[in-house]
Design a protein around this ligand. Structure first.
Ligand code: PRP
Ligand code: URA
Length: 210
């Protein structure tokens, strides 16, 4: 097992409860979408906990005082498609964030990631970058997305998912030991088709009803 010091499981009674409803096979697409955004919003509080801030003077109605603002802008990078299902939830907390998109799908037979779309904000290298995707299974898609971003000069990176497989956590940690991983749960294992057990099924299909 790889060193898991870079992994934070955001374990909270409300997240645990919402995640259990999300996993339920009878949960509708509409409810699934709502819950995914709600959990992403709650997780963002923890994921951004150590973002640096800088002082700036605020004039209250009574007097000036040293206030705070984030030291760097934030870029959200959802991995298409399923990452889009978390984007609004993160944006509720970080409404000023820029949004880049990386399209990566997993070949159903080989389970290898296939990149198909990239669009990033021009100033991304100066920002804090949050890569979001609900599922970390083999780790192939996350590794491909993060490798792409690093090749474009991005250094302030963190990866946020909902459910991770131990295999994916280890693979991503081995490939990018400098990138912190945040998840709501680490599940038991992958099955022979690369699905997370017990997991929640195919996240993209459950979000978009495909
Ligand atoms: C899912 C998920 C991740 C990937 C995880 O996407 O959203 O991107 O699988 O698997 P991995 O860790 O083994 O790479 P999928 O390939 O189903 O594409 P979609 O989001 O377009 O449905
Ligand atoms: N992608 C998903 O959407 N679900 C899994 O269980 C594994 C990969």
């Amino acid at each position: 097992m790889a060193d898991r010091r870079n992994v934070t499981v955001v374990d909270h009674p409300i997240i645990r409860t919402k995640l259990s409803v999300l996993r339920d096979a009878t949960t509708s697409h509409r409810q699934f979408r709502d819950l995914l955004d709600e959990i992403a919003m709650l997780m963002t509080y923890e994921v951004t906990r150590d973002f640096p801030t800088r002082e700036h003077v605020v004039q209250t109605p009574l007097e000036p005082m040293p206030g705070h603002e984030l030291a760097r802008n934030v870029t959200l990078v959802p991995v298409l498609r399923a990452g889009l299902g978390m984007a609004d939830g993160v944006l509720w907390i970080l409404p000023e964030a820029r949004v880049g998109h990386l399209g990566v799908y997993r070949d159903e037979k080989s389970l290898e990631p296939v990149p198909y779309y990239q669009k990033l904000p021009p100033d991304i290298v100066e920002t804090e970058v949050l890569v979001i995707d609900p599922m970390l299974a083999t780790g192939g898609s996350a590794i491909a997305a993060i490798t792409y971003l690093k090749n474009h000069g991005v250094t302030n990176l963190r990866f946020m998912c909902l459910v991770a497989a131990p295999e994916g956590v280890d693979a991503l940690t081995d490939a990018h030991p400098d990138v912190p991983i945040y998840c709501a749960a680490i599940d038991r294992q992958l099955n022979e088709k690369g699905y997370i057990l017990p997991g929640l099924g195919d996240a993209g299909d459950r979000i978009f009803g495909t």
